[in-house]
Design a protein around this ligand. Sequence first.
Ligand SMILES: *Cc1c(COP(=O)(O)O)cnc(C)c1O
Length: 391
Amino acid sequence: MSQRFIPLSVPSLRGNELKYVTEAIETEWVSTAGPYIQQFEEKISEYVKTKGAVAVQNGSSGLHIALKLMGVENGDEVIVPTLTFIAAVNPVKYCHADPVFMDCDNSLCIDPIKLKEFFANSCEFKNGVLKNKVTEKPIKAIVVVHVFGNMADMEALMDVANDYQLPVIEDATEAIGTYYTSGRYKDKYAGSIGSIGVYSFNGNKIMTTGGGGMIVSNDMNVLSRARHLTTQAKSDPLYYVHDEIGYNYRMTNLQAALGLAQLEQLEAFIKTKTENYQHYKHELENIPGLDLLPFREGTRPNHWFYAIFINETFGLKRHKLIESLAEKGVQARPIWDLIHQQTPYHKNYAHQIVQANKYLNQVVNLPCSSNLNTEDVDYITECLTEFNYSI
Ligand SMILES: *Cc1c(COP(=O)(O)O)cnc(C)c1O
């Protein structure tokens, strides 16, 4: 066993984190009120150029609120990708609605062509309402996940969504910092293009507040509704009048203190991650049968998570490769199991899943932390080189 341990994705807390958190503790503003929360919201919306932002407990709660704000209710359906982390889908069930699972394209994100085809052939669009012909249930929204920080094909997806008057909820939990550098959405950030976007600041994401999240939108009405619902739907703060069921989803000042310090370093994290990605790419070119998955052209990706694609002839040895890396102290993992195959979703419809099945068996994630250095990448690619790929 090796002494060395290189984790998959861990935070880097070497900026003003301790200073700001200490200030929060010394001033005794540790809970859901306090000056850092608003500052953090303002800084995030400034960074991703939205009209505003609402800080929440985590990405999952942000997505729950996003679905509610887009009108998703009992008996509705929501389009989701199957190749993603389950937290992108579970909130659909929190709303007592059902997911309809879609395949991915070669960006690993939801495939706009199959989506368009599904709407055209399997649904009926009448009086502004899109209905699934089989279940006769209305489809209310599309959840788009920017997988691993890679921008989904937003031009094509927004076209399809607009054709059917559907709101797009961007699960940008993995993609803060990713933006278009050309095309229709030039300079637009992941999370700011659809009707509403959600970021996560969980410990494994590119920046962290321990646990935390943020809702962003360019619609002031959506933002104020989000603020209302995440703070117990209190319509009179003195007399405690509540006009609907709200949630205790507000971020704390302690979390926001961490977030402000992390945001100051986000561009530096992206720079390191981009350099390490390029270094991996350069080194992996020497290993036939292994490909580093690319990020979309015409974008500046945040390079959050790195994924290698193992050539089919090696497919069956993926678990052996992961084991061999583990023995050498390198934490790697297979891509998520598909959500439509998970127990709670067995009964839900999955539309012509082909590409996702291919990636399911052939993708491995490699260490990508923002404090990973060139020597670490050298060591990891050496381990990958030494592995015996022959059948
Ligand atoms: C991390 C993540 C979430 C959930 O964020 P939390 O802050 O952990 O609740 C949702 N969707 C995707 C794709 C994620 O990677």
